[in-house]
Design a protein around this ligand. Structure first.
Ligand SMILES: CC(C)=CCC/C(C)=C/CC/C(C)=C/C=C/C(C)=C/C=C/C=C(C)/C=C/C=C(C)/C=C/C=C(C)/C=C/CC(C)(C)O
Ligand SMILES: C[S@@+](CC[C@H](N)C(=O)[O-])C[C@H]1O[C@@H](n2cnc3c(N)ncnc32)[C@H](O)[C@@H]1O
Length: 380
């Protein structure tokens, strides 16, 4: 075993770091770079990037404090002094000054003398649907990561696993209050996902879309606005769709059921799975894709949209936040486009087409088709 922990089975060419990393392992090289123009800039930028990684958890906790103490909300109404923000939040003035200074360094607010104002970034944070609610539920994940080595060893019992009971099957979502809690969070955070999915996916040729695992219908409501001619069907667990009628007009068919236990209804020429696959293990996804294939006619379309891993090119947003989040949930996995394409291929889908993501931290979309009639007959 080498110091890097790589065993003897690793080929020589990949055993050990590359030449640049080898140099960066030498303290003298750091001193050398700090003296050489050109290299000095690279070293400084690397230092800043490294410090972001080192301090990220403190940034997130400052954001949470600004939210919980309603500092940003108050600044959305009017500029305030440190003393007034402190009094309104029951925080000592000197401590509020530290928090406000951190908020300004994060560009969520700015200062002029002792007056604090909201910045466009702070305003955007308050306006993006579902974002504040997401940040407010982060303490659950934060607690789960308190001992990260034990977490990655699989030696902890993550609290997040119990936060989304619906994932464990129809029985898990029987409690209407719990179902409403997660459905509201999902529906609120659906706005950006729907916006990007509608821009990425070509809906031409589709006449009837069924959104499977569509929650309370936020995606179908957005589809209805963008493509009013489409027939729409919502399929989700009974306790979840109970809250859907209020959002959807009478022209949307709502079908309660479980894709684990029931055959999906026939009739749609396209099915969407928005933020559904990453909740589930490969075996469940494989069974779901087979169920979808049975429900679609030959040449039918499947649309998948959810945050995806960068795979061979790790993505700074999805490969830290969403992969760790779904690991803590314990039931699913943030898959790459290639992994999902592999599962689609195994399930017998054709024409698997990735659509370039606009914002990987919001979603990435993929579409596929059931084989045309002749092929479909051959493979059945
Ligand atoms: C004109 C002048 C002078 C100045 C103007 C300046 C200007 C142009 C400002 C721009 C302001 C503006 C419009 C900003 C817009 C910003 C936007 C749209 C930001 C969006 C950010 C979105 C984020 C950060 C999304 C985060 C999403 C998260 C954290 C989602 C988490 C989802 C989870 C955990 C889902 C779980 C589901 C489960 C359980 C796995 O199934
Ligand atoms: C992460 S949420 C996504 C909801 C919605 N598509 C969105 O993007 O906002 C996953 C959805 O899958 C649904 N779901 C989970 N297991 C299911 C099952 N066995 N049958 C039908 N729907 C299920 C959940 O109830 C939930 O609405």
């Amino acid at each position: 075993m080498t110091e890097t922990g790589l065993g003897s089975g690793v080929p020589r060419s990949v055993a050990g770091p590359g030449w640049a990393a080898k140099l960066a392992l030498q303290p003298w090289f750091h001193r050398f770079c700090s003296r050489v123009p050109g290299l000095r800039g690279i070293a400084r930028a690397e230092g800043e990037a490294l410090f972001e990684v080192v301090s990220g958890f403190v940034r997130s906790q400052c954001l949470l404090a600004l939210v919980e103490l309603r500092v940003l909300h108050r600044l959305a109404e009017a500029p305030e002094t440190t003393a007034r923000l402190a009094a309104l939040s029951a925080v000592p003035v000197d401590r509020m000054a530290v928090l406000c200074q951190a908020g300004a360094a994060l560009k969520l607010m700015r200062r002029k003398g002792d007056i604090w104002r909201l910045t466009p970034r702070g305003a955007a944070f308050l306006t993006v649907p579902g974002l504040e609610a997401m940040v407010r539920h982060h303490p659950v994940l934060y607690r789960d990561l308190a001992d990260p080595a034990a977490f990655f060893r699989g030696k902890t019992d993550p609290e997040l696993a119990g936060f989304w009971p619906y994932v464990f099957g129809a029985g898990g979502a029987a409690d209407p209050d719990l179902a409403a809690r997660y459905s509201d969070l999902m529906a609120d955070s659906q706005g950006l996902v729907a916006e990007d999915t509608l821009r990425l996916v070509d809906f031409r040729g589709i006449t009837h879309l069924m959104d499977v695992g569509g929650g309370t219908g936020a995606f179908l409501a957005a589809v209805g606005k963008a493509h009013p001619q489409l027939t729409r069907t919502l399929f989700d667990l009974p306790a979840v769709v109970a809250g859907a009628r209020a959002r959807l007009g009478a022209d949307v068919t709502i079908i309660p059921g479980s894709f684990r236990d029931d055959d999906l209804p026939l009739g749609a020429d396209a099915i969407s799975l928005i933020r559904v696959l990453y909740d589930h293990a490969d075996a469940t996804v494989t069974a779901l894709l087979a169920n979808v294939r049975q429900a679609l006619p030959p040449g039918g379309r499947l649309i998948i949209s959810e945050p995806m891993s960068g795979g061979a090119r790790p993505d700074p947003a999805t490969d830290v936040y969403f992969t760790v989040y779904t690991l803590a949930m314990q039931t699913g996995r943030t898959r790459s486009e290639a992994e999902i394409a592999g599962l689609l291929q195994k399930a017998g889908f054709d024409a698997i087409t990735p659509a370039k993501s606009l914002r990987p931290f919001v979603t990435t979309a993929l579409s596929a088709m059931t084989p045309a009639e002749s092929l479909s007959k051959l493979s059945n």
